[in-house]
Write a protein that binds this ligand. Structure first.
Ligand code: COA
Length: 258
């Protein structure tokens, strides 16, 4: 089995600002690493900015994975999707422990990577949605909605996105997406810097097994992580900004709670 440059207690969170990638040589190189199915999906997007985002997403996941397994080139990764659409590394690559999850919003893409654990990430552009209370009333748990109403008005939108990204991160970690009813688990963000969760018995999950994190990436983006690390210490989280095939640096983010 190929060697993986990642420790069991590490979670790596890679971000890329896709709108900042305009270098034609890089874009050409990204085109050369995607497969026919990815290209087929790419050309179906109506707008160029979405085709670009799709291309950069593929480049991000492929180059990120090659970062951990040096002898597999970005163009050689193969993926499979589960019945709910979650892509994972194809079993034929013989890397069952290497896990990743992707999220993208207007101009920002993230890819989380860890070993073995169920994990999901979400990133959202806070300028995208305004009907926050209507959406939360419809989709969040009753407690989350009630708590959100108590948040001072000027912070409500910010908190809405904290709940939203955390909820998305959990359903993505489970791999089932919106097939998990969003009111069957409920976050409590009332204690400063701390994220607590309650799961409906039907989900069969223990809050003690889960680690969550919320970060702000400038004014425009909120991002969340959910990871089922079991009864071990919290994972070490490393957050980086990258331009696939080019540069890597520390991202300017702020941890809100975990
Ligand atoms: C599909 C879903 C998993 C994520 O949707 P999203 O938030 O629109 O999209 P994101 O950018 O965060 O994630 C998309 C990526 O997640 C991955 N993904 C797809 N299905 C997935 C699943 N079942 N589980 C985990 N990851 C999945 C894919 O890599 C996908 O990107 P790709 O198609 O470019 O490969 C699902 O949760 C969904 O449809 N959500 C709808 C939003 C909603 O109603 N949210 C209510 C919030 S409270």
């Amino acid at each position: 089995m190929p060697h993986i440059n990642l420790k069991k207690d590490e979670f790596h969170w890679w971000f890329t600002h896709s709108d900042q990638i305009q270098n034609t040589a890089l874009i050409k190189a990204y085109h050369q690493m995607i497969n026919a199915e990815e290209e087929e999906r790419r050309v179906k997007f109506r707008f160029e900015r979405h085709r670009h985002q799709h291309l950069v997403t593929r480049a991000l996941v492929r180059t990120t994975l090659s970062h951990y397994v040096n002898d597999i080139a970005p163009q050689n990764w193969k993926f499979v999707k589960n019945q709910y659409g979650r892509p994972d590394i194809c079993p034929s690559m013989n890397l069952p422990s290497l896990k990743f999850n992707l999220s993208h919003t207007e101009n920002l893409i993230c890819c989380g990577v860890c070993l073995d654990n169920e994990m999901g990430v979400d990133v959202e552009n806070v300028e995208r949605i305004s009907a926050t209370l209507d959406i939360s009333k419809r989709f969040f748990s009753a407690n989350e909605y009630t708590d959100l109403l108590k948040v001072p008005k000027h912070l409500q939108k910010q908190y809405f996105f904290y709940y939203w990204t955390l909820k998305e991160a959990y359903i993505k970690a489970k791999g089932k997406g919106i097939h998990i009813p969003l009111d069957q688990f409920s976050y409590d963000l009332k204690t400063k810097d701390k994220i607590s969760v309650n799961f409906d018995a039907s989900l069969g999950d223990d809050p003690q097994d889960w680690q969550f994190m919320l970060i702000n990436i400038d004014q425009k983006y909120r991002s969340a992580l959910a990871i089922n690390r079991g009864k071990t210490e919290n994972m070490k989280v490393d957050i980086r900004e990258v331009v696939p095939l080019d540069s890597e640096k520390d991202l300017n983010y702020r941890i809100i709670a975990q």
